[in-house]
Design a protein around this ligand. Structure first.
Ligand SMILES: [Zn+2]
Length: 81
């Protein structure tokens, strides 16, 4: 009986686990890209990420989009005088 109870509570927790979101690797903001998106720009720090879908519900960061990464770095370097 105890094991059945444990199993149901585990399922309950899994249901409440946050899906459809990942953390920005730059500023750690929680991002929720639209389903199926392959690119997503963090609204907080403007870094653009490549998104992979582990399941249709679970996005993951595959890596930065280097073009925007370099553009942002250059823009920031120029901004700092
Ligand atoms: Zn960010």
């Amino acid at each position: 009986m105890t094991s059945a109870k444990e199993r149901s509570s585990t399922q309950e927790r899994a249901k409440h686990r946050t899906t459809g979101a990942f953390r920005c690797l730059s500023c750690f903001e929680r991002l929720s890209p639209p389903k199926g998106a392959s690119l997503y720009t963090c609204p907080k720090c403007d870094y653009e990420w490549r998104v992979a879908w582990f399941t249709p519900e679970e996005p993951r960061i595959r890596g930065p989009v280097w073009e925007s990464y370099e553009r942002l770095n250059q823009a920031r370097t120029k901004g700092e005088k």
